[in-house]
Design a protein around this ligand. Structure first.
Ligand code: ZN
Ligand code: ZN
Length: 596
């Protein structure tokens, strides 16, 4: 199911609207603070922002004033006018704007654009003006401020942002806003935003006692608490068992390796900025691993391989460490240490199409088991500017990936020339309950490592041949995957994944003994159960269990003791009434099996 390539956001009308709204907002802020220093203000996904250096902190009331002024500027319908200027003129205009001067310098040298993003060709310098506001800008914009719908613009919040994301540089105030074509779209977006706030995995992580980050340990390093650890273990146990059934073999590798290994693999040449400083061990440099591949390659190389040994599928829940600036770290989604459900496939060319089919199917099955139904795949093809291997070498694997996507019925789009230099790949994004896309799986060919490490197998002809190598991670990283799961389910994990599946709530102390009997019976059946024996009132206990998103609440009082039953309530507040413990076990068992 090939989809025509989506319109690029940068080329969309919405992008122009948001970019224009950012300029309008900057004008309003400049009027409020004539001495404001302005930095950058690009459109972003779902909105826009602008960074300011202001004499004081902005308040929510300020945002309201700015927003009202924006509506006036929109109503005045000023045209956006572009002018190409020289760098001297630009410096003149922004003589009292240090951030703009820095950006002009970047533009002049040709290395950076007006947002400080790296550029490959030296750009022309242009400004856009509307009314009194003038910005260093390459556009594009709508024709005039009146094209921005005043009922579809909203300023959202203010956050601190370091200039150029560098914590050694000044902290600026970033105003986030959003703009849409219609008021209805804005409303929908605000609803989703509120819903996303409720599902924020960092907040739920705290409330449900799943994980934390400790200042004493360091940012971006996750501590899994018993409940989060249980969810993770259950997810891993399931996936590992599937891997075993799927013909994978498990390997384990260390967390550090010699500099020479990373030299040979190429990581020290093209990935070093993501790696941590080396450790010195007896005069030898060692690096923390940012990837598991070189280790698995060594396992492949540990003995002579014959064509009959292939395919080999080495799987490892491998923990890797990658440098991320502290400013971009985000809960479980962006961290410095994480565990990939990594595997490397080594196969003969004739086995490759089957192997691709198999791994794609496998990947979708795993994701479906966790409740994801909507997928979008992306096929990245060769970039002639930077690609290892010859175009002919890329042909068969690219075609195999494409055909496999066709057979899978998953909608996909081709990202021409978007592959990394070492091979074509498929990325799979899932849509969560709010329709947000998350990139999880990746299936990636590699033409470079087999060559760099001289991998070979003895073919039927008795000669040495180079195997195909495929990297693949299906859940991606366990940290990120669980972050996505928490948000997808809003913390209400399906019964099979819930850290506590049922809580037994005795109404009074005299029911405690019976509660513990039931507890024992359920634990024996393999259920994760707790007895809430606190001296709280029943309603408070039910409310707490609901807040903890525990799937089943079993209330026991006089009648239940007498009849040997439990009174079953769901976290959805549905009341199933009294039933025999055996009947309850059957129902839970069915839930667990169905993974709901
Ligand atoms: Zn602009
Ligand atoms: Zn790899």
């Amino acid at each position: 199911m090939l989809e025509t390539k989506r319109e690029r956001y940068e080329e969309s009308y919405l992008y122009r609207i948001r970019h224009s709204a950012a300029h309008v907002m900057a004008q309003a802020v400049m009027e409020m603070f004539p001495d404001a220093k302005i930095a950058i203000g690009p459109p972003v996904e779902d909105g826009f922002y602008y960074d300011f250096d202001l004499p004081r902190s902005l308040t929510p009331e300020d945002l309201e004033v700015i927003e009202n002024r924006m509506r006036e500027i929109i109503a005045e319908n000023h045209a956006f006018e572009k002018k190409v200027i020289t760098s001297e003129e630009a410096r003149e205009i922004y003589s009292d704007q240090p951030y703009k001067l820095e950006l002009i310098e970047g533009l002049e040298q040709g290395g950076y654009d007006e947002y400080g993003e790296p550029l490959y060709a030296k750009p022309e310098i242009s400004i856009y003006q509307h009314d009194t506001f003038l910005d260093l800008c390459r556009g594009p914009h709508v024709e005039s401020t009146g094209k921005v719908n005043p009922d579809a613009v909203k300023l959202l919040n203010v956050a601190g942002a370091y200039w150029r994301g560098d914590e050694n540089k000044p902290m600026l105030q970033r105003i986030y806003g959003t703009a849409w074509e219609s008021a209805t779209e804005l409303e929908e977006y605000l609803w989703k935003l509120e819903e996303a706030r409720k599902r924020d995995h960092r907040r739920l992580g705290r409330e449900l006692d799943l994980f934390s980050v400790s200042d004493e340990v360091g940012p971006g390093l996750i501590l899994w608490h018993p409940k989060g650890g249980m969810v993770r273990k259950l997810a891993e146990d399931f996936a590992m068992a599937e891997h075993e059934k799927g013909g994978y073999e498990f390997v384990y590798s260390p967390h550090i390796g010699k500099a020479q290994l990373w030299k040979t693999s190429g990581h020290l040449d093209w990935y070093q900025e993501n790696m941590y400083a080396p450790l010195d061990i007896e005069g030898q440099e060692y690096y923390l691993k940012p990837m598991n591949c070189p280790f698995h390659v060594q396992i492949f190389k540990s003995r002579m391989r014959s064509y009959r040994d292939l395919p080999l599928r080495f799987a490892e829940w491998g923990t890797v460490y990658r440098y991320e600036r502290s400013g971009v770290l985000h809960g479980l989604l962006r961290v410095r240490g994480f565990t990939q459900d990594d595997a490397h496939l080594f196969c003969r060319p004739d086995q490759m199409p089957d192997e691709i089919d198999r791994v794609l199917k496998f990947s979708l099955n795993i994701l479906r088991a966790f409740g994801f139904q909507n997928f979008q795949a992306y096929l990245s093809t060769r970039n002639p500017e930077k690609a290892a291997g010859s175009p002919e070498q890329w042909e068969a694997p690219t075609e195999a990936l494409r055909q496999s996507l066709e057979r899978s019925q998953v909608p996909y789009q081709v990202d021409e020339g978007e592959a990394t230099f070492y091979g074509p790949k498929i990325d799979i994004k899932v849509k969560d309950a709010l329709g947000r896309e998350w990139q999880l799986s990746t299936i990636q060919f590699d033409f470079t490592l087999p060559e760099r490490f001289n991998l070979a197998y003895i073919g039927e002809d008795g000669q040495e041949h180079q195997p195909y190598m495929i990297h693949r991670a299906l859940m991606g990283s366990m940290e990120r995957f669980l972050g996505v799961l928490i948000e997808h389910f809003a913390g209400a994990f399906p019964t099979w994944l819930a850290p506590v599946q049922a809580v037994i709530i005795p109404i009074a102390d005299r029911h405690l003994e019976y509660a513990h009997q039931v507890d024992e019976q359920l634990k024996e059946a393999g259920l994760r159960v707790e007895v809430d024996d606190r001296g709280e009132r029943m309603n408070a206990k039910i409310r707490d269990a609901q807040n903890q998103k525990i799937p089943y609440m079993l209330v026991v009082g006089d009648r239940e003791v007498e009849q040997g039953t439990v009174s079953v309530r769901l976290r959805t507040e549905e009341n199933l009434g009294g039933m025999q413990v055996g009947t309850f076990l059957e129902q839970v068992g069915a839930d667990i099996k169905a993974r709901v």
